[in-house]
Design a protein around this ligand. Structure first.
Ligand SMILES: O=c1ccn([C@@H]2O[C@H](COP(=O)(O)O)[C@@H](O)[C@H]2O)c(=O)[nH]1
Length: 239
């Protein structure tokens, strides 16, 4: 991964509306240029949020985690591609036909978004995974879904930083690994159950670190950002 460290951080703009999101952006440095729009902001403020972010020069990861029948997901992914987003995602547990339909939906045009699949939500531990009927351990299930995602034409997966060493070893250097659940050393994990520090995520080979509350809830988001970038640099330098 040759991108600058600041380009490897995707800020999760989990704000209640566009007004709060843009206030937050003003409190972050300009290098914070990749942002993730999730269900709350998109549902409240709609596609114009993506347009506003593009006008500001940001690249947008539209994190709506589509999970539906193939025809519906294909239509949704195509609509996302027409918005010009940089990255969009589906749930790998929607199955191979659904992922293949999503892939076909973004093919054929000029530039297309990165299409990635969510494996096991980073908020789930083994116990919760078992409670929804999956007997496998999280790592095993993440690897199974990541293999399926690759065979179905996905460019990469969303997984926890804890699974990055395994996924890199098994899937090689070119499959995108996008990791939420990142927490600076010493900070609480909130509702995340499988997490690691920014330094660890980078050292293990994560391509993109999705970071929300450690930035959005920080008293000083700019300093929090700088501390994260410093931690990533130290991990890179010692690799
Ligand atoms: O498995 C997943 C998939 C997506 N997310 C999203 O990432 C951010 C993480 O926010 P934090 O505040 O840093 O915990 C959030 O928008 C989630 O919807 C995830 O956490 N885990």
């Amino acid at each position: 991964m040759t991108e600058a460290r600041s380009e490897r951080v995707i800020t999760a703009l989990d704000a209640e509306d566009w007004a709060s999101a843009s206030t937050l952006l003003e409190r972050l440095p300009m290098e914070n240029h990749r942002v993730k729009v999730g269900k709350q902001l998109f549902t409240r403020s709609g596609p114009c949020v993506v347009e506003e972010l593009h006008a500001r020069g940001s690249e947008v990861f539209l994190d709506l985690k589509f999970h539906d029948i193939p025809n519906t997901v294909a239509g949704a992914v195509q609509a996302a591609a027409e918005l010009g987003v940089w990255m969009v995602n589906v749930h790998a547990s929607g199955g191979p036909r659904m992922m293949e339909a999503a892939r076909r939906a973004v093919e054929g045009g000029g530039s297309r978004p990165w299409l990635i699949a969510v494996t096991v939500l980073t908020s789930m531990d083994a116990r919760e995974l078992h409670s929804v009927g999956v007997a496998a351990e999280p790592e095993e299930q993440v690897l199974r879904l990541a293999r399926l995602a690759r065979e179905s034409g996905m460019d990469g997966v969303v997984a926890s930083p804890a699974e990055v060493p395994l996924l890199r070893r098994e899937l090689g250097p070119d499959f995108l690994l996008v990791t939420p659940g990142v927490r600076p050393a010493g900070s609480g994990t909130d509702d995340q159950r499988r997490s690691a520090t920014p330094g660890q995520a980078v050292a293990d080979g994560s391509d993109y670190l999705v970071i929300g509350r450690p930035l959005t809830r920080a008293e000083d988001p700019r300093s929090a950002w700088e501390a994260i970038i410093r931690e990533m640099s130290m991990a890179d330098d010692s690799a």
